[in-house]
Ligand binder design. Structure first.
Ligand code: SF4
Ligand code: SF4
Length: 349
């Protein structure tokens, strides 16, 4: 078997150009923040309302958040993920965070518009067509309301979460979003710890999800922010931790390097707990295929992917997708590897 050096992997000008482009963002150091424990809807399988974080007191004083953001900057954090329950309910806090920390993303259900002055990426969650959303999220006309709120707004990326029951609806949702010139990406439902409901994926539903993702990526290449390698990584029978080794503190006891050292997940009382810290706390690790987790877990594994041209190009596609989804103003390039590549050390499924 040929052993590829890094220099040899860089011989392709397109690969080299992509490497140079994505490398500029290696300074990003993220942490995540629960902005409020309130939400204007209640979805089945929501991981926020699992565990004890939902019971933390809520600090609503913008100056307390300003002080936290300044302290975060001091310890080297350069990117914030503001999440929930529902951050759009506390626009003053979002504004303060943006004033202190210019790069970040907000995870929102999209029902209430976030003021334009908050210049973060906004991830608008979509769990199926409007009938399905009405049933499992308890909200009517959800997609139409989300699109109305964010029409022509470059901050918005729609995140379609595949469950075993909405795979066949993804086509109609993607068609509507593409027609409205909205960008979308894909997530895979990852069960909270102890979850016994019907949204947990099976090998069969993962295979169907993989096929649907591939078809939509091919049909809407200008609107779907994804790659064949994203598809493999998030629909493999093994979860992200088993495939790549999760580096978030909850799964990584090392405090020496990278995420294990810097990442914190703050609750609404501005406290954090190292043993629970990851971007999707209270998610069941063996079932974790969450897009937010993959962004850090796969992206961190550069050396493991520097083995051959297809594997390395696939990893670059993954990083390129991650940046396009998370960083406002970063535009996705064309995928360098159009075929599905297996994660290093594993098969395709
Ligand atoms: S919108 Fe988000 S925070 Fe609110 S219940 Fe649904 S999943 Fe949970
Ligand atoms: S839930 Fe996912 S991101 Fe969080 S610690 Fe487990 S594997 Fe890592």
């Amino acid at each position: 078997m040929t052993e590829w050096t890094f220099a040899a992997l860089m011989a392709d000008p397109a690969v080299r150009a992509r490497w140079v482009r994505v490398r500029r963002y290696f300074f990003l150091r993220e942490s995540t923040y629960d902005m409020t424990r309130r939400c204007n809807i209640r979805c089945e399988g929501c991981y926020y309302f699992e565990g004890d974080k939902q019971h933390a007191a809520e600090v609503g004083d913008p100056e307390a958040w300003r002080a936290l953001m300044r302290a975060e900057r001091e310890r080297g954090i350069t990117y914030v993920v503001l999440a929930g329950a529902e951050p759009s309910l506390v626009p003053d806090l979002l504004q303060v965070c943006h004033e202190e920390m210019p790069l970040g993303a907000i995870a929102s259900n999209g029902i209430k518009q976030i003021p334009r002055s908050v210049g973060y990426r906004i991830h608008v969650s979509v769990w199926g067509n409007d009938e399905t959303s009405a049933r499992i999220r308890g909200a009517t006309h959800m997609l139409a309301r989300q699109i109305d709120n964010y029409r022509g707004d470059a901050r918005a990326v729609y995140v379609y979460t595949f469950t075993p029951h909405n795979i066949d609806e993804a086509g109609e949702v993607a068609e509507i979003l593409a027609r409205e010139d909205c960008r979308l990406t894909f997530n895979v439902f990852s069960a909270p710890v102890g979850y016994t409901g019907g949204l947990r994926h099976t090998p069969e539903s993962l295979a169907r999800t993989r096929q649907a993702m591939g078809e939509l990526l091919a049909r809407y290449p200008d609107h779907v922010l994804f790659s064949p390698y994203n598809t493999v990584a998030h629909t493999h029978r093994l979860g992200l931790h088993d495939l790549f080794g999760c580096s978030y503190p909850r799964r990584n006891p090392s405090t020496d390097l990278g995420l294990g050292r810097s990442f914190r997940q703050y609750r609404t009382d501005l406290q954090w707990d190292r043993d629970a810290a990851c971007c999707v706390p209270d998610t069941d690790c063996p079932d974790c295929r969450h897009y937010a987790a993959g962004s850090a877990v796969v992206t961190a594994r550069l050396f493991r992917h520097a083995t051959d041209p297809d594997t390395f190009a696939s990893w670059l596609d993954y990083v390129d997708t991650y940046l396009a989804v998370w960083v406002l103003d970063y535009t996705k390039g064309r995928n360098l590897c159009e075929r599905m590549t297996a994660p290093p050390g594993f098969g395709l499924e």
